[in-house]
Design a protein around this ligand. Structure first.
Ligand code: MG
Ligand code: ZN
Length: 348
C-alpha cells in the first residue's frame, strides 16, 4: 500500500513537472512581410527593429503544393499543419485529407490556445489553425467551424460571419461556453476560460484609419490572460494587413502596419525574456508586392519602395526565433518545417 502510494506521488510529480516544463509557443505571422518590408520598416523606424533581439534566423520556402506563388491559405496550412496544399484551401492536403494543426496538437497536450489577427478571424491565416475546408472564401462556414472548435481566446474582426449569416443562426448565442468581450478592460476582467473578442463587424480598418485597440495592447492583455490560466499556451498573432498594403502597392500602408507589428514583436519578446520558457517565432507566409527598397535615408528615417506586382511573390521569407528550441529554426527549409519544428519543441 505504501509502495503504491509513493508510486502515485512519483507519477503525480513527474506529470506535474512535465506540464510545467512544456514551453509556451508564440507564432507571429506578418502576412506579406518579406525581407524588404522588414528592411523598409526598420529604416523608417530609426534604423531599428525588434527582430534584432532574436537569437536565430532561418529562411522559409513558401511555394504551394503545385503553385509557384502561394496564397495565405496554402502557406498558413503549411505552417499550421505541416503539409503543402493547393492555394485557397485550409487544413486539408492535396488529396483532400484533413490534418491536425499545431494548435490542435497543443490542445491535446493540455495547452491553452489563442488566435489574434488584424483581419477578420475567419480570414485565411488564423483559419489555417482551426478550419478544414476547400475554400478560404466560405467565411460563414469557417466561422461555424470556429464556433465548434475549442480555441480558448480569439480576437479579430468579422462579427457578421457569426451573427448576420445566410442561415440565420446566431453563433454568438450558440457559443454558450464563451464570454464575448467588447474591449480589453472586459478581457482583463473576464473570469471565463473561453473568451471571444470580435473587434469589428467586417474587416478591421487600416492602422492609418484608426484601427483599435493597438495590436501590442491586444498582445499584452492576451499574454496576461493566457498566463493567468496557469498552463502552457500556444498563441498565434498575425499582422494581417502588411499584405494588404502590398496588394495596394501603398508604401505608407505597408510601413504603418509593419510599425504596429514591430511594436507587438517587442512586447512579446519582453514577455518571453521575463518568462524564460517561451518560444517566439516570427515569420511571414509569403512576400507581397514584389517590393524593392529603391531609395531612402537612414538619417531621416525614410524608406522608398518600388512594387513589381499587385500580388504575392515567391521569394523566401525570413524566420526569427527566440527561446527554448529556437536553434531548430536556423537554416533553409520548406514552410512545412515550421510545423515540424514547433512540434519538436513541444515534444522534446
Ligand atoms: Mg493573413
Ligand atoms: Zn495577400
Amino acid at each position: 500500500m505504501r509502495n503504491l502510494l509513493s508510486l502515485f506521488i512519483v507519477l503525480l510529480c513527474t506529470f506535474g513537472v512535465a506540464q510545467q516544463d512544456s514551453p509556451n509557443i508564440i507564432l507571429m505571422i506578418g502576412d506579406g512581410m518579406g525581407l524588404t518590408q522588414i528592411s523598409a520598416g526598420m529604416y523608417a523606424n530609426n534604423n531599428n527593429t525588434a527582430l534584432e533581439g532574436f537569437e536565430f534566423i532561418g529562411l522559409s520556402k513558401t511555394h504551394a503544393y503545385d503553385q509557384f506563388i502561394t496564397d495565405s491559405a496554402a502557406s498558413g496550412t503549411a505552417m499550421a499543419t505541416g503539409v503543402k496544399t493547393y492555394n485557397g484551401v485550409l487544413g486539408i492536403d492535396s488529396k483532400n485529407i484533413s490534418h491536425k494543426s499545431i494548435l490542435e496538437i497543443c490542445q491535446e497536450k493540455g495547452y491553452k490556445t489563442a488566435l489574434i489577427a488584424t483581419s477578420n478571424i475567419a480570414h485565411a491565416t488564423p483559419a489555417s489553425f482551426y478550419a478544414k475546408i476547400d475554400s478560404r472564401r466560405k467565411y460563414e462556414e469557417i466561422a461555424l467551424q470556429l464556433s465548434q472548435h475549442d480555441v480558448d481566446l480569439f480576437i479579430g474582426g468579422g462579427k457578421m460571419f457569426f451573427n448576420k449569416r445566410d442561415d440565420k443562426r446566431d453563433l454568438l448565442e450558440e457559443m454558450t461556453q464563451y464570454e464575448f468581450v467588447k474591449d480589453l478592460d472586459q478581457l482583463r476582467d473576464s473570469k471565463s476560460e473561453k473568451i471571444g473578442y470580435l473587434t469589428y463587424k467586417e474587416e478591421p480598418p487600416k492602422k492609418m484609419d484608426g484601427r483599435k485597440p493597438a495590436l501590442e495592447d491586444i498582445a499584452s492583455s492576451s499574454l496576461e490572460k493566457m498566463e493567468s490560466f496557469g498552463k502552457p499556451f500556444f498563441m498565434m498573432i498575425e499582422g494581417s494587413q502588411i499584405d494588404w498594403g502590398g496588394h495596394a502597392n501603398e508604401m505608407d500602408y505597408v510601413l504603418s502596419e509593419f510599425e504596429e507589428f514591430n511594436t507587438t514583436i517587442q512586447r512579446v519578446l519582453e514577455f518571453a525574456k521575463a518568462d524564460g520558457n517561451t518560444l517566439v517565432i516570427v515569420t511571414a507566409d509569403h512576400e507581397t508586392g514584389g517590393l524593392t527598397l529603391s531609395g531612402g535615408s537612414v538619417q531621416r528615417g525614410i524608406s522608398k519602395g518600388t512594387f513589381s506586382t499587385k500580388g504575392h511573390s515567391a521569394t523566401m521569407v525570413p524566420v526569427f526565433s527566440y527561446g527554448p528550441s529556437a536553434e531548430l529554426f536556423k537554416g533553409i527549409y520548406e514552410n512545412t518545417a515550421i510545423f515540424d519544428k514547433m512540434l519538436e519543441s513541444v515534444t522534446r
